[in-house]
Design a protein around this ligand. Sequence first.
Ligand SMILES: N[C@@H](CCC(=O)N[C@@H](CS)C(=O)NCC(=O)O)C(=O)O
Length: 211
Amino acid sequence: MLKLMTWPTSPFGAKVKACLKALDLYDGIEIINYFPWLPDNELRIKNPINKIPVLILDDGSALYDSPVICEYLNDFAKGSLIPSQKKYVVLRIQALCDGILDAAVSARYETHSRPEHLRSKDWYDRQMQGVKAGLEALATESLDMEITLSSLCAAVTVAYLDLRYPDEPMAKIPKPLRNWFENFVGKHPWLTDILPKDILPLPENRLMLEQ
Ligand SMILES: N[C@@H](CCC(=O)N[C@@H](CS)C(=O)NCC(=O)O)C(=O)O
């Protein structure tokens, strides 16, 4: 049985879960809720970079990071999440969304995880500049109303920013992207269960405060 190490707030984990659902693989997978800041070595044994999500295959080997996992799952299920006629547009949008999310997660660590005396407003602003410019670019892409890897990535990106930055002007979702998101989730309501959510208490022995 495939296993997925992830955490409910992780946007990259949510992207993989959305692919699993879209490919009808979700019910056949064991979800291991694993907080990546724990002081043990369990995650690092699977992914030396120590990040979730990690997909553990039946032979015990591991796949990371999320673009690799999503492509693997699509091939495994013979799915059409990356249509060949627009493969590089889909992959570009995924890269754009991943870039926005990397910046948003990094800024979140800066304000919530790092010891207070080490926090840098300059670093936070630099990351949020990336979020803002990335969102402007994403709003100009013609996003699918159908399920593809790129539409799933875009939906997860908006949902993560809504979760973590509801009042941050630099993370304001441009109107066309907001409209697309609402229509898209309205058309695919099962996504609501999959999008990033703060639903689990943080483990007691976490190294960092929260993510
Ligand atoms: N490029 C990676 C990014 C994954 C990532 O940043 N995961 C975060 C949680 S959302 C994490 O595990 N952070 C722990 C750390 O930075 O040590 C992917 O696409 O899977």
